[in-house]
Design a protein around this ligand. Structure first.
Ligand SMILES: [Zn+2]
Length: 308
């Protein structure tokens, strides 16, 4: 079975692409299909991000996928699928975006492209969250009203100053420990979106680490999430230093209650070198409190040796 058939199934509309990919591609003008695809991709790269250009982009990328030689080294099919996923996401066609991302991941794995593989995992989480948010917002329920309120608070926190901005920031910060995980993730996304609120979180993290640790850990989780972008790797302090001016590492840890892998937890600089594990209490040489993204219960990442 050809790789295209494995990807799309023999009855899919892409069977013609499969046939093209299996036979030696050549055009009437004597230019190989690969070269035509490459030229089309150069045209694609000139597009901007607008509704019209996103639609044009999808059309061009679809044409490219129909003519591309799978063994080509000129244009990575995974990259084409990834780009089309981005365009679909901008148009809020999240299901199509996720489907393309799966294909991009298959090609990334097949070609040993670890960077694309990692980008696919990270983008997958972002698209799933956007999809979830869009569904909540269009549901018209109580949570949709809450999300609209949070959006209004974002405007005030980011673009106003004085007591109004402080109150809006405080309300969004409080939602980082809201009982509802959708609300917590939305607050985290909003606070991580603007430099104004990010810098406030950096201040909280620095100031509260030795006084109000739970507050520091809530701020740290937003900062850590932004660095991890949905990835499960250990992130050395260099990244946090560059972006936030903070001497901290970022790590994943599974929940002690439900086993869900919680990503983007900010930890002391040596936190990724010293062995750590999870526990339902903070009795250890050093601990970080985490509210689980899935079951909403609190657990602790702990170290038997102080990782600071
Ligand atoms: Zn859990």
């Amino acid at each position: 079975m050809s790789f295209w058939k494995q990807l799309f199934g023999s009855g899919s509309a892409n069977t013609s692409a499969s046939a093209k990919a299996d036979s030696a591609p050549a055009s009437k003008q004597g230019i190989s299909a690969d070269d035509q695809a490459r030229a089309l991709f150069d045209t694609y790269k000139k597009l901007r991000v607008s509704e019209e250009d996103n639609k044009k982009g999808i059309a061009i990328l679809t044409e490219i996928l129909g003519m591309l030689d799978l063994n080509t080294t000129k244009l990575h099919p995974g990259v084409v699928f990834y780009q089309r996923a981005m365009r679909y996401k901008f148009l809020e066609n999240f299901d199509a975006a996720l489907k393309d991302l799966d294909q991009a991941l298959l090609f990334a794995e097949q070609r040993g492209d670890q960077m694309l593989e990692s980008d696919c995992h990270k983008y997958n989480e972002e698209i799933r969250q956007s999809k979830n948010r869009a569904e909540i917002e269009s549901s018209g329920g109580e949570k949709a009203t809450k999300f609209r309120e949070m959006e209004a608070q974002r405007e005030v926190a980011c673009y106003n100053s004085g007591s109004d901005a402080n109150a809006a920031f405080a309300a969004l910060f409080e939602d980082l420990s809201n009982p509802d995980s959708d609300v917590r993730l939305n607050a985290s996304r909003i606070l991580a979106d603007s430099n104004t609120t990010l810098m406030q979180l950096v201040s909280i993290y620095k100031e509260c680490l030795n006084s109000d640790v739970s507050r520091a850990h809530l701020a740290g989780r937003v900062l850590g999430r932004k660095l991890a972008r949905g990835g499960a790797e250990l992130i050395a302090p260099r990244s946090a230093e560059l972006i936030y001016g903070l001497n901290c590492s970022v790590l994943p840890c599974s929940c002690v209650h439900c086993g869900f892998m919680n990503l983007g937890i900010a930890a002391p600089a040596r936190g990724i070198e010293v062995p750590y594990y999870h526990q339902d209490n903070d009795k250890a040489a050093y601990s970080i409190s985490v509210i689980c993204d899935k079951c909403s219960r609190k657990f602790f990442v702990i170290w038997d040796t102080d990782p600071r």
